[in-house]
Write a protein that binds this ligand. Structure first.
Ligand code: GTP
Ligand code: MG
Length: 400
């Protein structure tokens, strides 16, 4: 009771108190939930009154953290709670609910089961190394490792789709000044967001637009044209452009088709980031609209933004190349850390299999498999450090 109202027993609201007895509550503890009519003033009175009798406000994500610590949810499911609340498309919400229901955790525990079985098999085979039957080159082992690698590939593909649904793909438009980068941003976003002029060096700031292509969230990022400049503002723009290029999931390098010089890849593009080359302004060169693919799946596309020709080829290429299926049935929402852990576990498993099959150091295989196991356990929080937990729950909103 608020001390101003002490003794007066003023009525704040007419509502319901729901008592959840442990362990059947969200957190697994005894919980009382007070439900009122809502509205900030009434709720603030109610909150004040509750705090005055000794309660304190929860930290961000504290309820879910308690649920995790009390084994009501594993870490991947706890993260799905926050991702569900934050999801900004129906597909992302559906995928988050699947993760909350345990789809990602189930995939991980299936991988763990196979991994442990494989480890036991290899360790047993090593113990019987002197016997006549060579377990390590048996068909049984080949079959097991193949099934496990296939399961890894499937989980990685599904979680990468999930990560794309959650975080979107960051597509950075880069290139020399005046090539048509801002025109491309405007065309793809369907908005007049960026200033377009024929003056090279028009864009200095980084501009972002969020769009959806066939259900795939895309962050399109327009950057300053790359060139050396004495102008400090432009130099800062170029520095920011390079920073964005360095963080990109994919880069569209826009080139003026009239430029006689061959396109130059900006040095800041990380080696594993795909780059598509867009020859723009073919209305001036007389080239035909075309798309050619390289062996690695990137494209060279000739188009004209001004005349709106060839843009459909670019859009089709983008949706195809990120391997995003607009049918997201069965996809579970995932975070980058989940994808990274799965990739690490797959790499360690692959190494273990190589150790066994080339017969070099089969004893090391067991250690590699243990490393894979640790990576998988990090996803569900079986082994996780306080830092990671702190970071994850700090990203939640208060009251969840
Ligand atoms: N002829 C022709 N002109 C185009 C085409 N696309 C863009 N332009 C023109 O090219 C000029 C530069 O376009 P922007 O989109 O501002 O180029 P940018 O790459 O963003 O340039 P900076 O911001 O200076 O780096 C503008 O005058 C556009 O109208 C095209 O397909 N054909
Ligand atoms: Mg521009």
């Amino acid at each position: 009771m608020d001390k101003d109202n002490a003794g007066a027993k003023a009525i704040i609201d007419y509502g319901i108190a729901v008592y959840f007895k442990n362990p059947e509550s969200y957190t697994g503890e005894d919980v009382v939930e007070l439900q009122g009519h809502g509205g900030p003033a009434v709720l603030s009175l109610l909150l004040k009154s509750v705090l005055s009798v000794g309660a304190r406000q929860s930290r961000p994500g504290e309820f879910t953290e308690r649920a995790f610590l009390n084994d009501k949810l594993d870490l991947a499911q706890a993260e799905a709670v926050s991702d569900l609340i934050e999801s900004d498309s129906e597909a992302a919400a559906k995928a988050a609910v699947r993760s909350l229901g345990g789809a990602l955790s189930d995939a991980v525990s299936d991988l763990l089961e196979q991994l442990i079985a494989l480890r036991i098999y290899i360790e047993a085979a090593l113990d019987f190394a002197e016997e006549e039957i060579d377990f390590l080159s048996s068909d049984e082992l080949k079959h097991r490792t193949q099934t496990l690698m296939d399961a890894f590939d499937q989980s990685i593909a599904a979680s990468q789709q999930g990560r794309l649904l959650k975080e979107g793909l960051s597509l950075v438009i880069a290139g020399k000044p005046n090539a048509g980068k801002s025109s491309l941003l405007n065309r793809l976003s369907g908005k007049d967001s960026a200033i377009v002029t024929d003056i090279p060096g028009t864009t200095r700031d980084v501009l972002r637009e969020h769009i959806e292509l066939d259900g795939l969230p895309l962050h399109i990022i327009d950057t300053a044209g790359l060139r050396d400049s004495d102008d400090p503002v432009e130099r800062e723009g170029v520095r920011r452009a390079r920073h964005e290029i360095n963080q990109a999931d994919r880069v569209l390098l826009v080139v003026d088709a009239n430029d006689p010089e061959p396109p130059e890849l900006p040095a800041d593009i990380p080696a594993d980031v795909p780059v598509d080359i867009i020859y723009n302004k073919i209305d001036q060169t007389g080239d035909a609209v075309s798309i050619d693919y390289t062996a690695t799946g990137t494209a060279t596309i000739k188009l004209s933004i001004k005349q709106d020709t060839g843009i459909d080829l670019l859009i089709g290429h983008l949706t195809d190349s990120v391997g995003f299926q607009s049918d997201t049935e069965g996809v579970f929402l995932a975070r980058q850390r989940h994808v990274d852990a799965l990739i690490e576990a797959r790499a360690a498993t692959k190494q273990a299999i190589a150790q066994v099959s080339n017969g070099d150091m089969p004893e090391l295989a067991a250690e590699d498999l243990r490393r894979a196991q640790r990576a998988l356990n990090e996803i569900t929080g079986e082994f996780s450090n306080d830092d990671l937990l702190g970071r994850i729950f700090a990203g939640f909103c208060i009251g969840k």
